[in-house]
Every structure is written in structure tokens, then in C-alpha cells.
Ligand binder design. Structure first.
Ligand code: E4P
Length: 215
């Protein structure tokens, strides 16, 4: 199982890397908009820090534009993966980029049918957004389970799942239990995973008791 950092912030990415929690990075336009500087420079800095895949999203929505932008982004570094929204024009672009040896991630996946189409188009990754489904009272984890079963039962579909829009530690635990390939996790959730009140109480108690003996 790989854990990616869902962030475009270099400091957050470095902190996750120190804990072995940065097998890759996913960015999107909303995450990049929170940072200062030119997108190309931000992505270059992330790629210098992270040897695993760094996912960067195209803004174009037409076939030619997506292919052009994808090729430009791919020049930034060998480990750039091109994120493409789940639209017909995007699926056409996935095929072309794949033929040129460029890895793609079809993003904004909200149904199993969309995941199948993306995999058939040759996407290296699909990116189902579970938190946004939960937001509208659908079951995001259930969708992840269905997509995983489809890929396990059809090994000819050579596409990895990047579970995205992860909002809570419970999402991380459930997805890990299911055996989802990759979880992209925001740094807030990574910090939440580390904490437990009983750990704090235990440390305090041990420190107090240690005052009673000599080393
Ligand atoms: C990552 O690839 C996705 O863009 C991201 O996880 C979306 O998260 P959000 O739904 O919390 O914005």
C-alpha cells in the first residue's frame, strides 16, 4: 500500500516524507491555488523532493488542449503523472499520452462505470473521490470497495486506484483494510492518525513513575 501526500505545500510534503508517508504526491488546481509562485516552479520543487509519482492536473477540457498541456507538464520531470478529468475528451487524451509513455490519472471519478471506462482507456491510475460522495450522503467507501473488486476480478485492467478526497482517519483504516493500492491523504488527516489520548496519558504516567527510580 502506498501513501501519497494530498498537497502542493512543500513543507507539508517534507514533513510527511520524514515519516515515510510520501510515496507520491497528488496536487489539483485548488491545492496549487493556495501556494505562492508559478505552478511549474512549485511542481519542480515537489519533484526534486519526491522520487515517487507527482500528479499534476491539466486545465484544458478539449482533446487537443489536454494532450498539449499533458505533454508540457510531463516535461517538468520524469515522475510527473498527468491528471485528467473524467470526460470523453479526457479519455481520448489518455490513450494518446499512454502511447507516448506518459502516465495518466483519470480524476473526479464518482462511479464504478467511470472507473471502468478510464481503465479501458489505458489510465495508469483512477482517482475516486470518496469524501465528496459522503458529502452528498452517498457511501464513498462502498464505491471504493466496488472499484477494487472490479480491478481484482479483471486483472487485464492494468490500472491502480488512488483513493482521494480522504477526510478522516477512519477512511484511511477502512481503505487499508480493503487493500486499496494508494491512499492520498491530506496532512491534517496524517496528523490525526498519529494521535491517541491514551498514548499521551501513558507517556505522562511513565514519566511520573520514572521519577521514582534511579537509572
Ligand atoms: C486528489 O487527487 C484530489 O484532488 C483531492 O483528494 C480532492 O480532495 P477534496 O475533495 O478534499 O478537495
Amino acid at each position: 500500500m502506498d501513501i501519497y501526500v494530498d498537497s502542493a505545500n512543500i513543507e507539508e510534503i517534507k514533513k510527511a516524507k520524514e515519516l515515510g508517508l510520501a510515496d507520491g504526491v497528488t496536487t489539483n488546481p485548488s491545492l496549487l491555488a493556495k501556494e505562492n509562485g508559478r505552478v511549474t516552479e512549485i511542481l519542480k520543487d515537489i519533484c526534486k523532493e519526491i522520487s515517487g509519482p507527482v500528479h499534476a492536473e491539466v486545465l484544458s477540457l478539449d482533446f487537443e488542449g489536454i494532450v498539449k498541456e499533458g505533454k508540457e507538464l510531463a516535461k517538468i520531470s520524469d515522475n510527473i503523472v498527468i491528471k485528467i478529468p473524467m470526460i470523453k475528451e479526457g479519455l481520448k487524451a489518455v490513450r494518446i499520452l499512454k502511447a507516448e509513455g506518459i502516465d495518466t490519472n483519470v480524476t473526479l471519478i464518482f462511479s464504478a462505470g467511470q472507473a471502468i471506462l478510464a481503465a479501458k482507456a489505458g489510465a495508469t491510475y483512477v482517482c475516486p473521490f470518496l469524501g465528496r460522495l459522503d458529502d452528498i450522503s452517498n457511501d464513498g467507501l462502498e464505491l471504493l470497495g466496488v472499484i477494487r473488486s472490479i480491478f481484482v476480478n479483471n486483472p487485464d485492467l492494468d490500472t491502480r486506484i488512488v483513493a482521494a478526497s480522504i477526510r478522516t482517519p477512519i477512511h484511511v483504516v477502512e481503505l487499508s483494510t480493503m487493500g486499496v493500492d494508494i491512499l492520498t491523504v491530506p496532512s491534517k488527516v496524517l496528523s490525526q492518525l498519529e494521535k491517541h489520548p491514551l498514548t499521551d496519558i501513558g507517556i505522562e504516567q511513565f514519566a511520573k513513575d520514572a521519577e521514582k527510580f534511579k537509572l
